[in-house]
Design a protein around this ligand. Sequence first.
Ligand code: NAD
Ligand code: ZN
Length: 380
Amino acid sequence: MTSTAGKLIKCRAAIAWEAGKPLVIEEVEVAPPQAMEVRIKILYTALCHTDVYFWEAKGQTCVFPRILGHEAGGIVESVGEGVDELAPGDHVLPVFTGECKECAHCKSETSNMCDLLRINTDRGVMISDEQSRFSINSKPIYHFLGTSTFSEYTVVHSGCIAKINPEAPLDKVCVLSCGFCTGFGATVNVAKPPKGSTVAIFGLGAVGLSAAEGARLSGASRIIGVDVNPNKFLLAGKFGCTEFVNPKDHSKPVQQVLAEMTNGGVDRAVECTGNVNAMIQAFESVHDGWGVAVLVGVAHKDAEFKTHPINFLTERTLKGTFFGNYRPRTDLPSVVEKYMTGELELEKFITHSVPFSEINTAFDLMLKGEGIRCIIRMDG
Ligand code: NAD
Ligand code: ZN
C-alpha cells in the first residue's frame, strides 16, 4: 500500500479548456480508483495525431475541458477493488483500447475490439459510474480515450493496462502504447506482406514509419512512402522506405503513378494519414487479384469512403484496424520484450523531448510536421 492509496491526489495536469487553445498546466484533484480501476503515476507521455485531432475538434465531437494524452508509460500508484493482476509499483503502459478477457471479441482468435473497453473517443467519464475522476474546484474535467496521460496521475480501467517488464526504459517503450504498435501491427498482423513484395505506406508520421518498419522486417523488397510533406522523406529512409512519391508533384492521381511504378499496383498499402482521400487512393493503389489495403487513420466524423464496386470485384481487399490488431494485455508485454532483445529499435522514432511544462511545444512540432515522436517528461 502506498501512503496516497484511497486519498485524493493533487497534481499537475495539462488542461484543454477549449478547442485549439494552448493547454494550461493546472493543479487537479485525482480521485482514488474505483472497482476494477487503477491509478497510475505517469512518467513519460508522447503526443499522437489523435490527441491533436480531438484538441482541434474540427469535425470531431467536442468534449471540454478535457485531459488529453494516450501514449505513455508509468507506475501503478494504487488499485481499486477487484483488481488482482496489478499492484502498486508495477510498470505499465495504458492503452486507449482494452481487453476485458470475457466478451466474444476477447475470446475470438482474431478481434481486439473488446465489447466493454474498445476505443470510444466521445466518452469523457469512467465506465463504472459515468463520473470523471479529475476535478478542479469540484468541477469535473473530462477524460480522453480512457487514458488522459497529460496528468502526473491518472485513473484507467484495469483492462486497458499492459503490465510490462520493469527493466524496460519507460521513456522509450511508452511509444509502444499507441503509435508504434498501431503502424507496425497494421503491417505485420493485418496487411501481412509476403517476402519480396511491394508495399506502399501513405503518411509518414510515427504510425506510417512504424508500418514501414513492419514491411522492412517482413522482407518487403520495395517500400514506397507517400506523403504530401517532402520533409518526411529525409527520415523515412531509416525506416526501410526505398522510394518516395509526393502526390503534389504529379498531375495524375497517385494511384495511377503507383500503378505505373509497379506494373499494375502495389501488393499491400497501409494508410496512416487520417485523410479520407488518401484512404481511397491507398485502396485503389493495390494490385487487382491479390492486393490488400489496410486503413489506420482516424478520419473526419462526416467522411465517406467512395470507390467503384468494380475495385472490389476485381479481387482487391480492404481492411481496417485499431492498435494494429494487438490485444493490449495479452500481446503488449511480448512486444516490449522484442525491444529488450534488440529485435525492435524505438530510439529512431524519438526525435524530440520536452519537459511537461513545455507540452505545447510538442503540439507546435506536430502541427509543423517536424520530427516523429516528442516525449514529454512528466517531472519537468
Ligand atoms: P502524423 O501527423 O505524425 O502523420 C500523418 C502524416 O500523413 C503526415 O506526415 C502528413 O504529411 C501525411 N498526410 C496527410 N494527408 C496526406 C495525404 N492526403 N496524402 C499523403 N500523406 C498525407 O500522425 P500519426 O501520429 O502518425 O498518426 C497517423 C494517423 O493514424 C492519424 O490519423 C491518427 O489519428 C491515426 N491513428 C490511428 C490509430 C488506430 O488504432 N487506428 C492509432 C493511432 C493513430
Ligand atoms: Zn472484451
